[in-house]
Ligand binder design. Structure first.
Ligand code: 15L
Length: 267
């Protein structure tokens, strides 16, 4: 195995659930964590440590003895500010503080394309373009990117921030022709982010080799990731089955799609 103990947070989440069986072979022990009970329950080679990311003491215990972290935990959509605050801001701070205290050397951080959701769909941007978050969720991911930058510059903890596009088994709408990241490519990307010899702090988009993309990901080359999949084979069926978007619809104008018109939600 690549690691003695690897931690997967958000193991019961949608992508945590995809990654969980795929990460198992990479470590002697895969520590799986979520705030809700895991189903299926632990498999051989796994240990389950339930944890609410907002609970500082619990996160400190969660990180003990861990070699590296795949941080998929937290809220993955637009939500009430107070919910986002606890999971994605307090939670990420707790994670990095625990990494510092326990000497954890590397984190793969699930960021999101929504940190740049207010760029237009006719623009192509690089990961170092100024951020334009499309909601409080996107703002919280900006915080995670900046916090991890600080923990690298100050404490040398390496992080790869993956601005995941849309990772589902299949392309579900026209926007996903650009944002699609297959589950296999996601897995490879996480593997490269965990194992590339030196990553420092970097930010890259998590996207398959789609024909039309909005993101110039050449800055990711040093990770050694080469996408194997593409949305293109699904284009014809998708276009035949979905109406042409209204060009005035903000969801069709901006890269963040429907996220750009969500919220704010009342408490
Ligand atoms: C995200 O950040 C969400 O977590 C995911 O569920 C998708 O909605 C994705 O963005 C997207 O942009 O489609």
């Amino acid at each position: 195995p690549l690691f003695h103990r690897l931690l997967l947070t958000g193991a019961q989440g949608r992508l945590g659930g995809v990654l969980r069986p795929r990460l198992r072979d990479w470590a002697t022990v895969l520590r799986v964590s979520d705030r809700v009970p895991l189903s299926p329950a632990v498999h051989e080679g796994e240990e389950d440590l339930p944890c609410d990311l907002a609970d500082r003491a619990a996160v400190l215990a969660l990180m003990e003895g861990v070699d590296a972290v795949v941080h998929m935990g937290g809220i993955s959509r637009e939500d009430r500010f107070d919910a986002i605050l606890q999971s994605n801001i307090v939670g990420v701070f707790n994670l990095y503080e625990a990494a510092r205290k326990h000497g954890v050397r590397r984190v793969v951080f699930a960021s999101s394309n929504h940190v740049t959701g207010f760029y237009r769909q006719d623009e192509t941007i690089r990961p170092d373009a100024a951020r334009r978050p499309d909601g409080l969720y996107g703002v919280s991911k900006c915080f995670g990117e900046d916090l991890s930058r600080y923990y690298f510059d100050r404490f040398g903890i390496e992080t790869v921030c993956l601005r995941i596009g849309a990772s589902f088994p299949e392309v579900r709408d026209r926007r996903m022709l650009a944002t699609y990241l297959s589950h296999d490519d996601l897995t490879q990307l996480v593997r490269c982010a965990l194992t590339a010899p030196r990553v420092g702090h970097c930010v890259i988009y998590g996207v398959s080799g789609n024909k039309h993309v909005w993101w110039d990901n050449r800055q990711a080359a040093h990770l050694g990731f080469v996408a194997k999949d593409s949305s293109e084979p699904m284009r014809a069926t998708l276009e035949a089955n979905t109406p042409e978007p209204d060009p005035q619809d903000p969801a069709a104008i901006y890269q963040g799609g429907g996220f750009v018109v969500m919220g704010p939600f009342d408490d």
